[in-house]
Design a protein around this ligand. Sequence first.
Ligand code: ATP
Length: 352
Amino acid sequence: MSLRVENLTKRFHPDLPPVVQEVSFSLERGEVFALLGPSGCGKTTTLRLIAGFEHPDAGAIYVDGQAITHLPPERRGIGFVFQDYALFPHLTVEQNVAFGLRGMSAKARRERAMEVLQMVGMTVFKDRKPSELSGGQQQRVALARAIAPGPKVVLLDEPFSSLDAGLRQATRDEVRHLLKASGIASVLVTHDQEEALSFADRLGVMRSGRLEQIGTPEEVYERPSTPFVAQFLGRTNLLPGEARGLEATTALGKLALASGAVGPVMLSLRPEHLRLEMGGEAEVLAREFKGHDLTYRVRLAGREYLVHEASGSAFRPGDRVHIRVVAKAVVVGQHEHPSPEVSVFSVPRPER
Ligand code: ATP
């Protein structure tokens, strides 16, 4: 394992709950891991604990099997890329990258700096100052500086958030490619679920200081284990039901379940797991055109559902429809009220 984090706990205030609570995960060589969660859930603090900028109250951190929990940041073999790049404004690109290469001759430092600048495609800019570079170029220099000393692990804190949408996607792809090619394990902190899903080999969804679920992007998206994870990774319909093995009785009829359960359960069905058919008890409330597809808001028996349809579909507000379930429902938790009429978790509304 390149990086192993065990039961990391950090409290800033004695009267408040810990900001990071018993967080554990481990990364293989070259693995890209994302810590995903809402603002204030403890992602950055987790990263700062791993980097050594904060000291944990409990728990341990290992890099390549060596305990580094009590080592200063510069002796951990960990590189760090900050949100604002934090390049030295008075140094050139080459000097910025060479900066962290202590204990090498001037010639060796220059050679190593040029080697990593080559990797990130920035050698032609070696004599420029950071202020003479675009955001994406500065980000590449920041990454070059982080990987120049040959770390085992690189930590990235919201590194793409100040780039505009087009550049963000391209820079993300490049950085991912570079990290995979270099064999360095990396941890990306982000609150952007799409970024985590497309960037990471595995991700951990954090809530109030705890890791609520760890898995591949497919696992956490398709098989969320809690209502929070289901909702944080995209829109979903949360629906109570009464399970009996691989089936549950719900307001949408008898549904097949992705995994067996017994008793009152909360189920998650993504909008793409539902389809509309003309004629039925449900009413179309709103239609949201999104180019490649459409989202309908539909009401049935006092409960609202989100349904995706291909862009050609032509249901209109006021239409009477039937909601058909085209996938297995995922059990995301127990539910205290067996009656399908009782709503504990409301269905998220469209943003606009
Ligand atoms: P964001 O995405 O907004 O940066 P985050 O998930 O990275 O959020 P953290 O920055 O880790 O969250 O902060 C978690 C909580 O810890 C917040 O409530 C924050 O106010 C608190 N916190 C962070 N650093 C300190 C500190 N040095 N002293 C006291 N409280 C802190």
